[in-house]
Every structure is written in structure tokens, then in C-alpha cells.
Design a protein around this ligand. Structure first.
Ligand SMILES: C[S@@+](CC[C@H](N)C(=O)[O-])C[C@H]1O[C@@H](n2cnc3c(N)ncnc32)[C@H](O)[C@@H]1O
Length: 466
């Protein structure tokens, strides 16, 4: 590796961490270095036609620029990975600019680091790959995600493209070669170095059919059928407002649409099923839940809504995956406004498509980290459903789950409910009580636990205590 590339890589941190934690993630791993070494000559041959997919913290993108690439198009499925690339572009900007100037001595060099030729794409799309001659990929853990990426490269990149896909040897399987072999006529492997290896694919096949993803299936599991049926007497205003769900969503099942990287694909996850089995105990959501400014003690009279506040209940699916829970919310509570959020671009695209396929119209989908950008005021949600992640790529991590608990505590109104399903050994009850409020175990088996947490405002507790 050249000193220029090394100097840039040395500036990177595993954002949002600073790299000081001994057992924390590293900003640049052996796979990044192997990919950059293998790519160097190809980058110099085609400096304007480089695409990077799945960069963890920016090492591949910034390393390619430091190796002489004039233009890099990048796609990262997780918005958290995009944030890391942005942060590291700032950290390494000046060093990168100097490296870039030296590496591309004969080519025009932008005057400012900001003009380094980096373009982010927030989804897999033809424009990301058009004319690409080199694609660098950190191998995903899921074969479905690899399939969707490989099919896009094979269809939309230049026919002379080389796909360099790197991973840790312990996470690589022969099935990955088969996936690449379905889209490329030539697939080989590099020697392993520091427990990483590359798969090298060339000659996109021209005899391929339509893209495999997104895939669609119709779910008719009894838990789904029960959960999408609106509870008797729920949603007092349901008849008065335009229904959120119409037509093909009910009765008879739920259509799920899944892109390759979306959790559980077009199937029902066991944890999600366990949470849905408790739907008969979820709260009834009726309109006008908010306490009006001039309240009346007669609850049979419709209170005047607080100016500016929506009169419909708000139900949220945090970490929505393919959007099954968001869709169930929309079908079960036709008077509710549904919000879904996920950090993954594939998940958000799947959630949007699943909501649409089931006719759920009163819904919004946000790509963000742990619900940070949900477009509602604090203290305004009535119900949050959560099946939190416990992995970040291949590593076990409960960090995002804890940040989602905090988001639920922030957005729920007093008395609003968070329903969570998690792996029983994770023992989240105390954390949920701290972040949201009183929490009970509603259902439990050796694999999964479902809890109900009721939002209790701290100010109320202190008033009571005082
Ligand atoms: C266990 S899956 C649940 C998916 C879906 N709700 C279901 O029940 O099928 C967890 C989801 O959380 C998302 N996720 C992981 N980390 C996240 C983060 N930091 N912010 C937002 N979403 C995240 C994942 O992309 C995944 O879709």
C-alpha cells in the first residue's frame, strides 16, 4: 500500500466511536486493505469509473480516492455507514487532497477537498453503476443482498467491469461464489491474507432474466390475520376519516415486499410472529387522544384538538425491516397515522412497497438512525412497536436497541405504550423501565419475550414525589 493511501487510512475512525476502545470496531480492516491493494492498478487504469458498495467507515471510498480515483460513486445501505463516511471525509480531507494530487499527477485535480469527486447514492439503481469498470464491495452477510448487488452490477455496469468482493474468510461460503456465478461468467478467488479473501468476478452474463429483487409474497399466518383485523369498537373516528387501508390488504392476508438486504426477506420472522400473537392486548387507538387546552371532564364529548396537533392517533414501527409491523398497524387501526423508520435503504424501500401493496396510505417512512428523524413532536405517539436488532453486520450488538428504547421514551405521549419483542436471554426489562416507564412481561418462552412499557413522564413522577 502506498504511503499516500496509508496516510489517509490512518486518519479514519470507526465513527461514531473514536477508535480508542480496545474491543471496539476498527476503522480499516484487513479486507479493506486487501481490496485497495488489488484495486490499485485498476483504479489507475479507469480513475473515473469506480463504484464502492458496502463501505463500513469510508476506508474503501477514501482509499480509492487516495489511490488516484477521480470519481467514486458510493452506496451504503445503512445511513449510519453514510454518516461514518461523511465524518471521515472531513477528518481525512486535507490528507486526501494531498494524496490525490500526488497520485494523479497528470490528471486535473480539484482545488478543494470538497470537490474530490465523491457521489453518494442512497439506493441500488442503474445510475450508480452506469459505465462502472471497477466495483469494490465489502461482502454482505446475506446471500439475498449479494444477489441484488451482483445482478445490478452485471446489468448496469460496463461489460468490462471487474467486481472485487472482499470478506473475512470465516464469514465466506461457497454459496457466495454460486451467487456471483449466476451473474458473471468468470468468478475466481484470491489467496487469503490476514484472514481475508477476495472473490473476483468478470464478464457479466448477458443471458440473465429480470432482477430477482424485490420479491413479494402473501402472508396468511393466523397471527397476521388476527392482528390486521381492527378490534371491535376501536378507532371511534375510523368511520369519519378516510380509511388508511383499502382493498387488497384485508381480509385474507398481508402482502410483503422485500429487497435483498431487508431483514427476514419476504417471510415472517419468529420474533415478529410472537409480537403479533399479542395484538389482542395492544391498546385501542381512538381519535383525539390528546388532552385539549380547555379540557372537559365529560369524555363522551369530542374535545377540541390542541391547535396544530393531528387529531388522529400516531402509531410507530421502529426498525421496520420489510414493514410488516407498520402495515399491520395501518390495517388494524384505520384511523391512525403510521410512521416507520429504519437505517437501511433496502428496508425503507421494502417498507414503502409493503405499505403500498396493502393499501396503507396514511403512512410515512424515514431512513434514520434509531428513529432520530421521525417527523413528530416529542410526546406525541400513542403506540410504538419494536423488534430491535441485536446484530450489527456479523457482530452481536445491543447498542441500537438501547437507542431505540430512548427514542420510544422521547416520542411517546404520557400513557402511550411501547410493545417490544426480544430474545429472552437479553433481559431488557430494566432498560425499558429506565427509558420508557413501567414494563411488564406479557409473554415469554425460552426464545422470545414480549414486553409492554407504559410511558410515564419524569415530571409527573417528581410532582407525585414532591
Ligand atoms: C430484528 S429487525 C426487525 C424488522 C421488522 N420490524 C420485523 O419485525 O420484521 C431490526 C431492524 O432494525 C434495523 N436497524 C438496525 N440498526 C438500526 C438503527 N441504528 N437505526 C434504525 N434501524 C436499525 C435493521 O435494519 C432491521 O430492519
Amino acid at each position: 500500500m502506498s504511503p499516500e493511501v496509508d496516510a489517509v487510512l490512518a486518519r479514519l475512525v470507526p465513527h461514531p466511536e473514536d477508535g480508542s476502545r480496545a474491543d471496539g470496531p476498527v476503522a480499516v480492516d484487513a479486507t479493506d486493505r486487501l481490496l485497495l491493494d488489488e484495486a490499485r492498478a485498476l483504479i489507475q487504469e479507469h480513475p473515473s469509473d469506480v463504484v464502492v458498495i458496502g463501505d463500513r467507515f469510508g476506508a474503501l471510498t477514501l482509499g480509492a480516492l487516495a489511490s488516484g480515483a477521480l470519481r467514486v460513486r458510493a452506496h451504503q445501505d445503512a445511513i449510519t455507514a453514510e454518516a461514518a463516511l461523511e465524518a471521515n471525509t472531513r477528518h481525512a480531507g486535507r490528507t486526501l487532497w494531498a494524496a490525490h494530487a500526488r497520485a494523479s499527477a497528470d490528471a486535473p485535480v480539484p482545488r478543494e477537498p470538497a470537490g474530490m469527486g465523491l457521489t453518494g447514492h442512497d439506493r441500488l439503481e442503474p445510475a450508480l453503476f452506469a459505465g462502472a469498470r471497477l466495483v469494490l464491495l465489502q461482502l454482505p452477510t446475506s446471500l439475498a443482498e449479494l444477489t441484488e448487488i451482483a445482478e445490478h452490477v452485471a446489468r448496469y455496469a460496463d461489460p468490462s467491469v471487474t467486481l472485487l468482493a472482499g470478506g473475512r474468510v470465516k464469514h465466506m461460503t461457497h454459496a457466495m461464489n454460486d451467487v456471483l456465478g449466476a451473474s458473471f461468467a468468470q468468478v475466481g478467488a484470491s489467496l487469503a491474507r490476514q484472514k481475508s479473501r477476495l472473490l473476483i468476478a468478470r464478464e457479466p452474463r448477458s443471458d440473465v432474466g429480470p432482477l430477482t429483487y424485490p420479491v413479494t409474497s402473501r402472508l396468511t399466518d393466523p397471527e397476521i390475520l388476527a392482528a390486521i383485523t381492527p378490534p371491535a369498537g376501536a378507532g371511534s373516528g375510523a368511520a369519519a376519516v378516510a380509511p388508511a387501508a383499502t382493498g387488497n390488504g384485508t381480509p385474507g392476508g398481508l402482502t410483503v415486499v422485500a429487497h435483498g438486504a431487508a431483514f427476514a426477506g419476504a417471510t415472517l420472522d419468529h420474533g415478529t410472529r410472537f409480537l403479533l400473537a399479542q395484538a389482542h392486548r395492544w391498546p385501542h387507538l381512538s381519535d383525539l387522544q390528546f388532552t385539549p387546552v380547555s379540557s372537559t371532564s365529560d369524555t363522551s364529548e369530542a374535545p377540541t384538538p390542541v391547535p396544530g396537533m393531528d387529531v388522529h392517533p400516531v402509531a410507530v414501527d421502529l426498525g421496520s425491516g420489510t414493514g410488516i409491523l407498520a402495515t399491520v398497524l395501518g390495517l388494524r387501526y384505520p384511523n391512525a397515522h403510521v410512521l416507520a423508520s429504519d437505517r437501511s435503504a433496502a428496508a425503507c424501500a421494502s417498507t414503502r412497497a409493503t405499505l403500498t401493496a396493502n393499501g396503507v396510505r396514511a403512512a410515512g417512512v424515514v431512513r434514520d438512525d434509531a428513529g432520530a428523524l421521525l417527523p413528530i413532536p416529542d410526546g406525541s405517539a400513542d403506540l410504538v412497536l419494536l423488534n430491535p436488532p441485536f446484530h450489527d453486520r456479523a457482530a452481536l450488538s445491543t447498542d441500537a436497541a438501547h437507542r431505540m428504547f430512548a427514542t420510544a421514551g422521547r416520542i411517546l405521549r404520557e400513557g402511550g405504550e411501547l410493545w417490544t419483542v426480544f430474545n429472552t436471554p437479553l433481559h431488557y426489562r430494566r432498560a425499558l423501565e429506565r427509558a420508557v416507564g413501567p414494563t411488564e412481561h406479557v409473554a415469554q418462552d425460552p426464545r422470545f419475550t414480549v414486553t409492554r412499557s407504559v410511558r410515564k413522564l419524569l415530571t409527573d413522577m417528581s410532582v407525585t414525589g414532591g
